[in-house]
Design a protein around this ligand. Sequence first.
Ligand code: SF4
Length: 80
Amino acid sequence: MKISSRRGFITYMAMLGLVTWSTTPLYAKAPKKAFRYQETPLDGKKCSDCIYYLPETSECKMVEGSISPDGWCTIYMKKK
Ligand code: SF4
């Protein structure tokens, strides 16, 4: 793409920003260690009751890898 004017440059930068924005996930998962994930509940709190838990795939929206329904981590958030 030839950029020969100021308007062309601004348009090019806007397109570049749009491509970058549309290909970047809104959030990225973190390793289990980052949130001190454990395979056992804590004080009755467990992944199966957490808003981030995905029971269909035994995954979490925030933490990488396979997640136990009986697990727990520091960003646990109880479903209402
Ligand atoms: S407690 Fe932590 S690992 Fe478990 S589902 Fe919630 S956010 Fe994911």
